[in-house]
Ligand binder design. Structure first.
Ligand code: MN
Length: 256
């Protein structure tokens, strides 16, 4: 096939660059914090089985324990009650894992206001400058939040609770119900803003996107290395039977 052989050539000679959008996954990777009355997601943990020793002289390997929603991860529709009868992470159609992406850069506004919310008007302004959002694609929201690599900096607790940027309820509804996107990607620990527990509905990105069979990508990095349009995102989560999400290695193909 000419298209794939052209892609292989372009990867080899650097016309297409592979950019890693994935946060390192370790016990230090920041995780979502819920109020104490709720169940909590687990930190990533390695448990050594053997390391060229009595337990296995020629081999090194680990078991690991992790939340499905720990680190850079994929949200499947059944993650939220609004999508409880929709696809689990193991039955999302694989074509969704290879999709065009656009990058909306609001990092300047977030540096002035950590509670900054993306509104429909910001997306409309993006479309006026760069063209229509890609059908079946991702809207990646660049906030600069990925520079916060510790638990405390990522969650950013203030007197009002977690304080981090996101999307307004109306914008989340618009993306889910009116746009042709398949989902959104963010730099924060989840797709919703830190204060989204107080929105109407609560956690609107989860509520509207999952309820419309759409997807989320959280804790992305290196969005500053992507163009506003034209990148292709490769994000295949583990095929966990019945699962609600999965850690995922997210790559972007960028044409130079
Ligand atoms: Mn999640």
């Amino acid at each position: 096939m000419t298209v794939l052989s052209d892609l292989v050539d372009a990867l080899a000679d650097g016309r297409v660059e592979v950019v890693d959008l994935t946060a390192p996954l370790s016990a230090e990777t920041p995780i979502l914090e819920l109020p104490p009355e709720f169940g909590q997601t687990a930190r990533f943990q390695l448990e050594e089985i053997s390391r060229y020793d009595d337990r296995g002289p020629a081999w090194y390997w680990n078991n690991f324990r992790t939340g499905e929603h720990t680190g850079t991860h994929f949200d499947a529709p059944n993650h939220w009650v609004t999508g409880k009868d929709m696809a689990d992470v193991g039955s999302v159609p694989p074509a969704a894992f290879l999709a065009p992406a656009v990058v909306l850069d609001v990092a300047d506004r977030v540096s002035d206001d950590p509670n900054f919310l993306i509104e429909v008007e910001h997306i409309r302004a993006f479309e006026a400058e760069h063209g229509a959002l890609p059908a079946g694609g991702w809207l990646l929201c660049r906030t600069g939040w990925s520079a916060r690599v510790t638990q405390a900096d990522m969650i950013n607790n203030t007197e009002t609770g977690p304080t981090s940027p996101g999307m307004s309820a109306e914008c989340a509804r618009w993306v889910a119900e009116e746009s042709a996107l398949q989902g959104i990607g963010v730099e924060t620990v989840g797709t919703d803003a830190g204060a989204a527990h107080s929105f109407d509905p609560a956690f609107p990105c989860h509520s509207f996107l999952m309820g419309n069979g759409k997807y989320g990508l959280a804790q992305l990095q290196n969005l500053d290395r992507l163009p506003p349009t034209g990148a292709v995102v490769v994000a295949p989560p583990l095929r966990i039977v019945g699962g609600s999400g999965s850690p995922v290695r997210v790559l972007a193909l960028v044409e130079h």
